[in-house]
Design a protein around this ligand. Structure first.
Ligand SMILES: Nc1ncnc2c1ncn2[C@@H]1O[C@H](COP(=O)(O)OP(=O)(O)O)[C@@H](O)[C@H]1O
Ligand SMILES: [Mg+2]
Length: 362
């Protein structure tokens, strides 16, 4: 079965006049793993439910495998959903939970047995056919929910926060397994999460959502290293944010006058002189030293706190009146530095990104 392309065109959905999804366009490539990532309430589940057919868009259209989906009910779409709560049938055994969708589709009995066994093997649950959901751990229920979606061999797999009910260790293991299964089957996959680490570790591409819209869509590396907006940069990873105004553009660099009173140099961005911007540098891209270094951005700062975290040491600094974080993999050159000390903090213009300021919601 060739993998299936999913397209959303200017899709919008409101609940009782309250917009949940606002003109969202998206093309999920055949065979890819796409994450919808965003804070609670930004419209992720609503979007997934519209792809699955549990909700109809108010406006806009959804096309799956070249077929417009308007008016097509969930069981006649080439999709299968894994719900956040798993939604297993409590009164049915594992076998019958998986067989249910196949019986609905009038698959022959002998084939049902074969396909249920194959799907359970895929999620490492072979031999547990006779158990009931209440006799399974959370992780096992999650596997059954995944197998129940896969057993109908959908072209598109939809997962709503699939790992949010598992403990941290199991979550990491299941991330790997989901990627392995998806790779083996080549199934087009859309999964929803509010967990940046989950999105980074599972997705080929991440669509960062805010208030019913996609802010940016890119691969994990692009989203992390080249966020375009303050919202995206704040949602993925840590950063130091310096709001200001573009003062000039020259020599492939942009000068920014920041509100903190610091003149900052950034790699050349899309912005023009006079534009409001937020300059951003990730804590791991900064240097903290006893003497000033030859960097395009170099300032004196006061140490507020030093926290040894194992792989890095975190320095919380005051740059003028502004809190500023630096993460250093090696801080041996700062031995003896205590809170209250004056140090130098610097970063390269190339590591300083210019972001569109987050617009406060109207
Ligand atoms: N059935 C519903 N009735 C009314 N409002 C809803 C309903 N479902 C979701 N909403 C609202 O729509 C917005 C988007 O919700 P949802 O798609 O569930 O977001 P997410 O999955 O990103 O947390 C939220 O403001 C939420 O409160
Ligand atoms: Mg949700």
């Amino acid at each position: 079965m060739p993998p299936v392309l999913v397209e959303l065109r200017e899709v919008a959905k409101a609940y009782e006049g309250h917009a949940a999804v606002r003109g969202l366009s998206l093309a999920v490539e055949a065979g890819e793993r796409l994450a919808l990532l965003g804070p609670s309430g930004c419209g992720k589940t609503t979007t997934l439910n519209m792809i699955a057919g549990f909700l109809e868009p108010d406006t806009g259209s959804i096309v799956i495998g070249g077929r417009p989906m308007a008016g097509i009910p969930p069981h006649r779409r080439d999709t299968a959903m894994v719900f956040q709560s798993y939604a297993l049938f409590p009164h049915l055994s594992v076998f019958d939970n998986l067989a249910f969708g196949l019986r609905m589709r009038r698959v022959a009995r002998a084939e049902i047995a074969t396909r249920v066994r194959e799907a359970l093997e895929l999620v490492q649950m072979a031999g547990l056919e006779r158990r009931y959901p209440r006799e399974l751990s959370g992780g096992q229920q999650q596997r059954v929910a995944l197998a129940r979606a896969l057993v109908i061999r959908p072209g598109v797999l939809l997962l709503d926060e699939p790992l949010s009910n598992l403990d941290a260790k199991l979550r990491q293991e299941m991330r790997l397994e989901i990627v392995e299964i998806q790779r083996r089957l080549g199934i087009t996959t859309v999964f929803v999460t509010h967990d940046q680490e989950e999105a980074l570790s599972i997705a080929d591409r991440i669509a960062v959502m805010s208030e019913g819209r996609i802010e940016q869509i890119d691969g994990p590396i692009g989203i992390y290293h080249e966020p375009r907006t303050e919202f995206v940069a704040r949602f993925i990873g840590d950063g130091n944010f310096l709001p200001g105004q573009v003062a000039g553009v020259e020599d492939g660099q942009t000068r920014v006058d920041t509100a903190a009173g610091l003149p900052v140099r950034a790699a050349r961005g899309r912005q023009r002189p006079g534009d409001a911007v937020v300059a951003m540098v990730r804590p791991e891209k900064t240097r903290v030293t006893l003497r000033p270094e030859r960097l395009e951005n170099s300032f004196t700062a006061t140490v507020r706190a030093i926290t040894f975290l194992g792989p890095v040491t975190r320095y919380q600094l005051l740059l003028r009146d502004m809190a500023f974080a630096a993460s250093l993999p090696d801080a041996s050159h700062l031995a003896g530095v205590e809170p209250g000390a004056t140090v130098h903090v610097g970063w390269r213009a190339a590591d300083c990104l210019l972001l569109d300021p987050a617009v406060p919601p109207a």
